[in-house]
Design a protein around this ligand. Structure first.
Ligand SMILES: *[C@@H]1O[C@H](CO)[C@@H](O)[C@H](O)[C@H]1NC(C)=O
Ligand SMILES: *[C@@H]1O[C@H](CO)[C@@H](O)[C@H](O)[C@H]1NC(C)=O
Ligand SMILES: *[C@@H]1O[C@H](CO)[C@@H](O)[C@H](O)[C@H]1NC(C)=O
Ligand SMILES: *[C@@H]1O[C@H](CO)[C@@H](O)[C@H](O)[C@H]1NC(C)=O
Ligand SMILES: *[C@@H]1O[C@H](CO)[C@@H](O)[C@H](O)[C@H]1NC(C)=O
Length: 493
């Protein structure tokens, strides 16, 4: 799937032996595609409070990197696919990238960068081969640049790949082989990784197995051991994670790399936006996964456990929903760092929420009681709201899927109002809405959010027009206004 723009946290567990040194650390993906991202220092503290000590980033964002300085978190730093062509074109571009995004953060900011992840699932079939020519040259140039910068030992290279780079003819892990259209490319990359003491990174998504195939046996997606087993020679598989991972190990073995280290770069379960994306399933999957990690459990074919980066730490409401409405709900925490469901992290630890989060006022925008549900202005207003705010919780089988028609409208209006930082004029909707300070959330998992304060509500302005374009322009104007304001303040100081 396309996770290019996820903000994610990678949870990495450092494994100990049988209860002696349990779960020293977890690893997660930290993606930042959110309208209201938590301040980076709060996210770093959230990871530390929950025992994460490794994090995977999708790109080098200065504020995020600063917050990670001297944090004791180990970082896998990603390079977006869009940058691969430039990196492939010349070593000098790679040297500049390493200098600005690795060397300086290590030496002046104190960020403990351990990996550079070149591209993100660049060979995904849906990219139609766009990155096939550039990924490997980019990888080689980054490796050369790291060596030139004196970081060849400290910082390893890898490429996070989707599990669709391998397949099995027989339907069994022992049939594992690399995809035929990229077979020789995969072998060249694997040889290069191996020569440089690096690891292969694979993203595995049992949720998508279930999402893509309505006949997929549900229990097989989890780790309960209750699914009808798949027998492969002397090995019995009761969950798709092990079978999928071992398909890769077989493919590596067949091609002469039986012990190449493998990292699971993304794995997790979303909580909303689809009937299989709910709190119960997500808790069940992630708890099963974490228990494996804390117990140091590998797979039948590779007993040494891989590092596993959970996807993801926090929800991202600005991600593309092209893969599905669930795409914005992969976090083990809601967007604001509150807990979605309980998890046992081993050693008697449970999840701890984010601390020091500042919210906007406790007020919501809802459909006015006197407004008529048949008002002809309603559809256009809902459309505007859901174009600029996240309404993915409203769909069938989602957390707010059982609201009645008025509840639906209120949800959309509120999401828009909150996403626009409760600014004046953003709860207007042709006079069909009203602001309330009584929480309209029903007694279910459906949350009528209040957004966190990102310092924009002061710039309250009225939209100049009621059109969507006008509103969007208005937020651009607000940002310009904020910048002008900051410049004035700076000059006064
Ligand atoms: C460093 O990384 C950022 C984020 O991916 C990118 O925008 C920037 O161009 C990179 N710097 C250089 C010199 O390549
Ligand atoms: C890939 O090809 C399909 C079918 O030709 C097209 O619909 C899609 O937009 C293409 N995707 C990309 C990323 O080029
Ligand atoms: C976990 O906490 C409970 C209650 O506080 C305690 O009885 C138990 O011994 C603890 N277990 C471990 C492994 O520390
Ligand atoms: C609420 O909104 C969702 C998403 O737009 C829609 O599928 C559903 O039918 C609506 N429900 C009602 C009762 O209007
Ligand atoms: C909203 O109500 C105000 C005051 O009653 C009125 O002046 C305005 O025309 C109304 N706007 C719309 C779009 O109906």
């Amino acid at each position: 799937m396309d996770f290019r723009y996820m903000f994610s946290f990678v949870l990495l567990f450092i494994l100990g032996h049988e209860g002696l040194l349990m779960a020293e650390g977890l690893a997660c993906n930290w993606g930042t595609r959110a309208t209201h991202p938590l301040p980076p220092h709060i996210v770093v503290q959230l990871m530390k409070d929950n025992g994460f000590d490794k994090v995977k980033l999708f790109e080098a964002e200065p504020e995020v990197m600063k917050a990670l300085g001297h944090s004791n978190l180990q970082v896998m730093l990603g390079i977006p696919n869009d940058f691969l062509a430039a990196l492939a074109s010349s070593v000098r571009v790679a040297e500049e990238w390493v200098s600005q995004n690795v060397s300086s953060y290590i030496s002046t900011t104190g960020v403990d960068i351990r990996y550079v992840a070149v591209g993100n699932e660049p060979f995904l079939k849906t990219y139609n081969g766009t990155f096939l020519q550039t990924t490997f040259p980019a990888l080689k140039n980054i490796q050369a640049a790291l060596i030139k910068a004196g970081l060849g030992r400290q910082v390893k290279i890898t490429i996070p790949l989707n599990a669709d780079v391998y397949t099995t003819d027989t339907g069994l892990p022992s049939g594992g082989e690399f995809r035929s259209d990229i077979h020789s490319l995969m072998l060249s990359i694997i040889k290069f990784l191996s020569e440089n003491g690096a690891s292969l990174t694979i993203n595995i998504y049992p949720f998508l197995s279930l999402y893509d195939d309505p006949h997929f046996p549900v229990d097989y997606a989890f780790f309960s051991g209750n699914a009808s087993p798949i027998i492969d020679g002397s090995i019995t598989y009761t969950n798709v994670f092990e079978a999928n991972y071992d398909t890769l190990i077989w493919a590596l073995e067949k091609n002469g790399f039986p012990s190449l280290p493998v990292i699971v770069g993304e794995i997790g379960w979303p909580t909303d936006g689809n009937s299989n994306a709910n709190l119960e399933y997500a808790r069940r999957f992630n708890q099963g996964l974490l228990s494996r990690v804390t117990q140091g459990q590998g797979t039948p074919k590779r007993p040494t456990p891989p590092d596993i980066y959970l996807f993801g730490l926090i929800d991202e409401d600005a991600k593309s929903v092209a893969p599905g409405n669930f795409e914005r709900h992969w976090g083990i925490f809601y967007y604001d760092g509150t807990i979605k469901y309980s998890l046992d992290l081993g050693n008697n630890r449970t999840l701890v929420p984010a601390k020091g989060v500042k919210y906007l006022a406790r007020q919501w925008c809802i459909m006015a009681p006197e407004a008529n549900i048949l008002d002809p202005n309603l559809p256009q207003n809902i459309d505007t709201a859901c174009t600029y705010a996240d309404c993915t919780s409203l769909g069938y089988g989602s957390s707010c899927g059982e609201l009645d028609a008025r509840g639906n409208v209120s949800y959309a209006f509120n999401m828009y109002y909150q996403t626009q930082n409760q600014q004046k004029g953003y709860c207007q909707f042709s006079n069909l809405s009203v602001i309330t300070n009584i929480d309209p959330s029903p007694k279910s998992n459906c949350r009528f959010e209040i957004m966190i304060d990102i310092g924009k509500h002061e710039q309250a302005r009225r939209p100049t027009t009621s059109s969507a374009g006008g509103r969007e322009l208005n937020s651009v104007i607000s940002i310009a206004f904020l910048l002008a304001y900051l410049i004035v303040i700076c000059c006064l100081l």
